[in-house]
Design a protein. Structure first.
Length: 126
């Protein structure tokens, strides 16, 4: 992923993950490349942020407490067909991946594949 150093190149990214360590990792990664990460730890937090708008990318975990990232992805897609959605999740079965893509995501990266994570984010934000 190429670093964006100009403030005009800064893009807001919503990261939805209930794991604090993953949230910190994503915050550091996105900030390093000059983007503005917003971390949501629940579906309700995420939907509040989605309603505010202004995001260039949504990054979702598939395991979010009582609900799944699939549910969230479908809710986002019901109101927004354009902003890219990707999953970064430990849910690694082929059915998990297919369900994420069927829900409207453009990519699904299995944790902890950090190299593929960086490449996929870079593809959406360049």
């Amino acid at each position: 992923m190429k670093a964006n150093t100009a403030s005009s190149g800064t893009k807001r990214v919503l990261v939805v993950d209930d794991d604090e360590d993953t949230g910190e990792l994503m915050h550091c990664l996105l900030s390093t490349y000059g983007h503005e990460p917003i971390i949501a730890t629940s579906i309700s937090d995420a939907l509040n942020q989605v309603a505010l708008g202004g995001f260039a990318l949504y990054i979702l975990d598939n395991w979010l407490g009582q609900r799944t990232g699939i549910d969230l992805c479908e809710r986002i897609r019901a109101s927004d067909q354009h902003i890219p959605i990707m999953f970064y999740s430990g849910a690694a079965y082929k059915t998990d991946i297919q369900n994420g893509l069927d829900a409207g995501a453009q990519a699904y990266v299995v944790k902890p594949d950090f190299e593929k994570l960086e490449q996929t984010i870079g593809r959406f934000l360049e």
